[in-house]
Design a protein around this ligand. Sequence first.
Ligand SMILES: NC(=O)c1ccc[n+]([C@@H]2O[C@H](COP(=O)([O-])OP(=O)(O)OC[C@H]3O[C@@H](n4cnc5c(N)ncnc54)[C@H](O)[C@@H]3O)[C@@H](O)[C@H]2O)c1
Length: 266
Amino acid sequence: MNRMLDRVVLVTGAAQGMGRSHCVRLAEEGATIVAVDLESAAEGLARTVEEVEWVGGTCVTGSADVRDFDQMSAAVADGVTRFGRLDAVVANAGIYPAAGNSWELDDSEWHRALDINLTGVWHTVKAAVPEMTAGGTVVIVGSTNAVKGSAGTAHYCAGKHGVVGLAQTLANELGPQGIRVNMVHPGSVGTPMILNDSVYAKLRPDLDSPDEDDAAEVLASRTLLDVAWVGPRDVSNAVLFLLSDDARYVTGTSIVVDAGLLAKVA
Ligand SMILES: NC(=O)c1ccc[n+]([C@@H]2O[C@H](COP(=O)([O-])OP(=O)(O)OC[C@H]3O[C@@H](n4cnc5c(N)ncnc54)[C@H](O)[C@@H]3O)[C@@H](O)[C@H]2O)c1
């Protein structure tokens, strides 16, 4: 219950999905949360605050687009002013852009995906790391698409592969200062990112109006364990481990939470 006691943790993409789950899970273990998301996600952020408070935690919010370094910097500064320190950051914000063959992708969609999923992570750590001291920890949320390609998602895969290089570089730069940097790589996770009609249609082109159950059939066939997707909390538990002192000598590595998706032999 106290694995994050007195730690101040900033989480990006905190208005829904895994970001909200990380905030709640870390608060359950005593963390104080700075929850950051887009200005347009204020309602979701308010809900995150409520859920953190239900578990007895403290949570302030910040609005920032991770593509804008000045906004990220201001959100970090506000958190530090409010709580006097920053111990950890979870670079979680991301998008799953519209699919298409690599050579057919729209230029603006390519740049948008890279700007949010790669440059946005760099902005997050660039703003947060100078506020952190020995004992500080960084977790970057990647994906199974950070270690393996898949058809139709070049912009997503390229951005996620890119953050692996960023994380491993940061681990080398920050290890001597006593700051650890790791990643979690989720497989499919039951959040609004995949539980929506456009992903169902992509997974089931054979059906006119596929629903969640139709999509689940396809995703379940890709895992080793008997589940189509893991829950946000399953990923948050890995984030918690990496941020906590249980992982005090763990840096420059990653935990895959994917029900066996990467390991499955086709
Ligand atoms: N859901 C999955 O199956 C899955 C699988 C592997 C990896 N991931 C990764 O996990 C992370 C969280 O995904 P999720 O499933 O919770 O997604 P989600 O869509 O439910 O939530 C993403 C959050 O990021 C925020 N966000 C988007 N663009 C932003 C920006 N420019 N600046 C600030 N915030 C922004 C959104 O407002 C939203 O609150 C992402 O990095 C995603 O790529 C998700």
